[in-house]
Design a protein around this ligand. Structure first.
Ligand code: GDP
Length: 332
């Protein structure tokens, strides 16, 4: 075996800051890694002195030049003598949550915007939505779910602050369950649903997704003491930067599994090209292709639309249909 092979390790990226990564391997605690030269070509370099031979990494912006490594990536790295690592290879991803990089024209190539992978290889997205204070935003919930569908990542819905609930949400909850989503109703104050969340997170890698103020910190603290606070430290750091996903971390759960918080994420545009947004609403999928105009139907004003007739007959709710129309505007 060559010296190189001796020092080669496999691991998972559990933390990412600007230009630096922490990689966890079966061998022990995470070690700090940088990117090998061929991969770091994609980073941004200082242009202050173009004649300088010593290029300096300025930042790993969201990027044209998008950071090629995401939290959750499985990588090969070389262990250096000083105990740090050099990532030499990113393994093919099982799935990824990504968005078009948003930082202006620099992030457009001829074929369109550049993909920014936020997290890779996750088992599920936990959409966190307050049951009250503020009341749930159904359009936003549907957009989160649609993004999960577009990414082929299973999603579950976690309602928070159930102790403050004044309105009856049972119809909505039944609707999402009927569509096929697991729905957990929680309160960090009363402890309602916390064991159910723990069971859902156990031994899985989960992405937590919800706006700030929805109760993610409180929920995480209820799941595991101090966990929310540890996550918050990373998030607070994030809020100083323009791009909230520059720093991300996967937190290990003491009972098995990991959570990655995506701080401050609103719904974002879907990177993949979507032919028909009805594909992203599971209860609409079966009707695609059954319209009078077949796959050309936009399900808006055409006669003989199978989806609109399913709405009339009550097989699809008007609210989810309106969400679908909103998505065409928002994502389209
Ligand atoms: P984050 O920004 O998503 O991390 O939200 P926090 O966990 O910081 O919660 C935002 C606010 O909602 C705080 O004032 C919390 O005390 C409150 N809150 C969070 N969860 C609950 C809950 O289950 N019940 C009640 N009554 N308040 C909650």
């Amino acid at each position: 075996m060559s010296t190189t092979e001796n020092h080669q390790r496999q691991g998972i990226v559990v933390k990412k800051t600007i230009g630096k990564y922490a990689v966890r391997s079966a061998e022990g605690s995470p070690i700090g890694c940088a990117l090998a030269g061929n991969l770091s070509k994609q980073l941004l370099f200082s242009t202050a002195n173009p004649t300088s031979m010593r290029k300096r990494v300025l930042e790993v912006k969201d990027l044209d030049t998008v950071d090629p490594v995401a939290v959750g990536d499985r990588v090969t790295y070389l262990l250096n003598e000083d105990g740090t690592g050099t990532i030499t290879e990113i393994h093919p991803r099982q799935n990824k949550l990504s968005r078009p990089a948003t930082d202006g024209a620099r992030h457009f190539k001829k074929s369109g915007p550049i993909e920014q992978v936020i997290v890779a290889n996750v088992d599920q997205i936990v959409v966190v939505m307050p049951a009250a204070n503020p009341p749930p935003s159904w359009d936003l919930l549907d957009r989160y779910l649609a993004t999960a569908e577009a990414s082929d990542i299973p999603a579950l819905i976690c309602f928070t602050k159930a102790d403050l609930l004044a309105d009856d949400l049972s119809r909505e909850i039944a609707l999402y369950r009927q569509i096929g989503y697991q729905v957990i109703v929680t309160s960090a104050v009363s402890g309602l649903g916390i064991d159910e969340v723990q069971a859902a997170l156990k031994d899985r890698v989960s992405v937590l997704w919800g706006k700030s103020g929805v109760g993610k910190t409180s929920l995480l603290n209820a799941i595991e003491p101090e966990l929310g606070l540890r996550v918050k430290v990373v998030n607070d750091h994030n809020s100083e930067g323009r791009h909230t996903t520059t720093h991300l971390e996967m937190f290990e759960l003491s009972f098995g599994g990991g959570v990655i918080d995506t701080p401050g994420q609103r719904a974002f545009k879907i990177y993949n090209e979507i032919d028909d947004f009805a594909q992203l609403l599971p209860e609409m999928r079966d009707f695609i292709g059954r319209c009078k105009f077949g796959l050309d139907c936009t399900h808006v004003s055409e006669p003989g639309c199978a989806i609109k007739s399913a709405v009339t007959q009550g097989a699809i709710t008007l609210r989810r249909y309106e969400s679908f129309l909103g998505m065409k505007e928002y994502f389209g």
